[in-house]
Design a protein around this ligand. Structure first.
Ligand SMILES: Cc1cc2nc3c(=O)[nH]c(=O)nc-3n(C[C@H](O)[C@H](O)[C@H](O)COP(=O)(O)OP(=O)(O)OC[C@H]3O[C@@H](n4cnc5c(N)ncnc54)[C@H](O)[C@@H]3O)c2cc1C
Length: 243
């Protein structure tokens, strides 16, 4: 079945992220040596200290810990928005080296179907359009002289925004907190929001204090969206605080 669904995996993260952030921050305020600080941090309450850093906006210590996610089942429409976040590293499946049918005979490219398409009763119609595009793509790939990467490179101009992509993302915790603020908000597009919420859920398992109040602006305070506000602050706050 070429329709595919979102999958987010936390591949790696800095070990003991909250200890690392505390260590980096304490260094700024202490005359102690690095070894002495490490001992103190291990025995002290990191939670209160990290909460304080977040409150006062001392954000740079959060850059010392990073999280690497593997994501499948997102559209190119989603990944295009994602890579606008510049303070991150990405490795994305190539449309030059990987043919848009997985190199299998009679296979079709995977794609994402928005819920609105299903609700409009257009799922079959949508699937037929994807099949048509696959046929155009195959025809072009087989017509371009030389074939292989060169043909893939140019035939992809016919592929839709719905086509599935896979990507590995690394972000430090400071950037993640920012990313969650704008992409977990109901104002963000539904697909990147779903992905961001899943990333937050996974990041929280490794660093519950760092991400305790992560999420849209209204989780931490007031909504910054003005007239565009969803007006559902209580519901949104509850969801992110309890997740
Ligand atoms: C609801 C919504 C609608 C959007 N609509 C559009 C749209 O219509 N068109 C469009 O083009 N984009 C749109 N965007 C994308 C948006 O403009 C940003 O490009 C994207 O969200 C990346 O965020 P960021 O700039 O904070 O980048 P990040 O790379 O995540 O940067 C993090 C922070 O670092 C700082 N920073 C990074 N680079 C620079 C720099 N060069 N100079 C100064 N400070 C920097 C900024 O403080 C920035 O917030 C939309 C985003 C959202 C959430």
């Amino acid at each position: 079945m070429p329709e595919t669904k979102l999958k987010v995996v936390l591949l790696k993260s800095t070990p003991d992220p909250e200890e690392t952030v505390s260590h980096a921050a304490k260094l700024c305020y202490s005359s102690a040596t690095i070894d002495e600080l490490k001992e103190k941090i291990e025995s002290n309450d990191q939670r209160k200290f990290i909460e304080k850093l977040i409150t006062i906006g001392h954000a740079s210590p959060f850059e010392h810990v990073s999280f690497t996610f593997g994501v499948e089942g997102i559209s190119r429409a989603c990944s295009h928005q994602l890579v606008r976040h510049r303070l991150a590293s990405y490795s994305q499946q190539s449309q030059r080296y990987v043919r848009a049918d997985g190199n299998e005979e009679n296979a079709e490219f995977n794609y994402i179907v928005p819920d609105s398409v299903k609700q409009a009763g257009k799922q079959e119609w949508f699937a037929d359009r994807m099949k048509e595009m696959q046929a155009w793509y195959n025809e072009l790939v087989n017509s371009i002289e030389g074939g292989g990467e060169k043909a893939n490179e140019d035939a992809r101009f016919l592929l839709p925004n719905a086509v599935e992509t896979k990507i590995i993302i690394s972000m430090n915790a400071r950037e993640l907190l920012h990313f969650f603020t704008i992409r977990c908000c109901k104002r963000a597009q539904w697909e990147i929001r779903e992905m961001a919420v899943e990333m937050l859920r996974l990041a929280k398992t490794e660093a519950p204090t760092i991400f305790a109040n992560a999420g849209p602006g209204c989780v931490k305070g007031g909504c910054a969206e003005g007239k565009m506000s969803c007006g559902k602050h209580d519901e949104v706050r509850k969801f992110f605080r309890e997740m």
